[in-house]
Design a protein around this ligand. Sequence first.
Ligand SMILES: Cc1cc2nc3c(=O)[nH]c(=O)nc-3n(C[C@H](O)[C@H](O)[C@H](O)COP(=O)(O)OP(=O)(O)OC[C@H]3O[C@@H](n4cnc5c(N)ncnc54)[C@H](O)[C@@H]3O)c2cc1C
Length: 534
Amino acid sequence: MKISVSTTGLEVAPFLVIGSGIAGLYTALKLAELAEVILITKETLEESNTTYAQGGIAVALNPPDSPEVHYNDTIKAGAGLCLPVAVDVLVNEGPERVRELIDLGVPFDAEAGALLVTREAAHSFSRVLHADGDATGREISEVLTRLAKAHPKIKIKENHYAIALLTGEEGCYGVLTLDEQGTIYPLLAQATVLATGGCGQLYLHTTNPKVATGDGLALAFQAGAPLADLEFIQFHPTALHLADTPRFLITEAVRGEGGILRNAKGHRFMPAYHQQAELAPRDVVARSVLLEMEKTGTDHVDLDLSLLSPELIQHRFPNIYETCLSYGLDITKQSIPVAPAAHYLMGGVAIDLNGRTGLPHLFACGEVANPGVHGANRLASNSLLDGLVFGHRIVAYLQAHQVSFAQIPAHLAASYHVETDPQQLTTDWLALKRMAWANLGIIRQEEGLRQAQAFLSAATPNQNPALTTSYLELQNMRLLARLMLAAALERQESRGSHYRADFPETNPAWAKRIIHYPHGMEFIPGDQPFAWAW
Ligand SMILES: Cc1cc2nc3c(=O)[nH]c(=O)nc-3n(C[C@H](O)[C@H](O)[C@H](O)COP(=O)(O)OP(=O)(O)OC[C@H]3O[C@@H](n4cnc5c(N)ncnc54)[C@H](O)[C@@H]3O)c2cc1C
């Protein structure tokens, strides 16, 4: 559906930021040093993937580690699809951004004045900073939220849902928003920054909170900004698997400290799959866990912590310890039942090195964006860093360049989908999640992907449904699922997190990206930067 929105009498703010995870909050704080910022977010400021991040933030601060080694680890994990020039930016600008977080007051764990670092899968060195043990994201979110709330130049609008981007001749002019009273109204800005995070809620099992419904990806695409690498979604191998509890993440750091995966027969299986055993890349561990579950006919495997002392568990993983205890599981005495869950989208709105999207005046950073740093598989703990580094790049660009409209049109366009029956909302959501888990999950093949396409081709066009957040989220998820399916079908090989049972090998001819334009898919070599002409 495309509607026309009048701009009569509306003010145009310098900057608008959509989303309040690490990317949105940090970017808003830095932009506020330049001019006024409007920050909208669909629930409270604190509700985001960021808040749930546990393991920490990867950064090469001290020798013998170096940005060069961090670069090599990132490129290796990305399975041939990282954009080298973007990874270079990430690892070299990362240390400065993390020092800035420390200066802002994020209390990273330290002993005798030295920052503590841990090692995660596929990292050559211990380089992951953490805060309050395993509550890194919560600590970051709390500090940035407090600063944003206190900033006189940031106007915060919580419980404001971004329905659609507003477009016109010169690009993106802002957003059409739905507030908690159900009022729909436009917000205009010279520069709009999308920082709406990922899309884990597409799947039946996910580590992501309810807000992670891929809205920003659908909004950008419908407004004309290309998306890329959507076939690559990372599944975390170890999410808590207890009846009637959320799929709470059990961070990789638990395996880093000595946790061992055992199947239903008590057998340690990871050494048979990979030389790095429990610390193999995430896609390898996730597939191995799934195969072991299938072999033994169970819905989980066990994470055995008997090599970790109760003191270490309580001190290093207080958040996991307390959460499991609240579900009746004492992990100082019992193994943790775990299973894979959808975790992180490597693909996203294609951005250049300044965070610019293919739509003029629209920028993006964080998980919604794709600067090319994660390739086909993200190196653990690189995503918090990614949000900071490219958020900062957007601010630097806007500081150096005048981004303003020649003219504000009398009317702007807003496009969004309304293709399901609002009466069927709950049933439709569940059916979509089941479909995605079964056919667009850890192991894919043509038959399942085509079944899923057929499922999504059935729509109930609805010209005038009441617009609620969850109705609109479902529309966005359906659009995104279609694009992800198209890419997953097209990529007839296995690479990184994308595993095709019918094409199990990596094909060097596929070292290229799939870009989704409104007119269809295009391909570019994996090492070619996104370049936008504005
Ligand atoms: C359980 C868990 C553990 C993790 N652990 C780590 C880790 O240890 N290290 C690491 O680097 N990464 C980790 N990650 C990944 C990392 O947390 C995320 O990739 C990162 O926090 C994303 O930040 P962001 O700011 O881009 O998005 P988010 O933090 O997800 O924030 C997105 C914001 O946008 C808002 N929003 C979304 N849609 C709309 C809309 N339509 N209108 C208005 N607002 C909207 C949301 O409400 C939210 O405020 C973890 C993720 C999870 C789920």
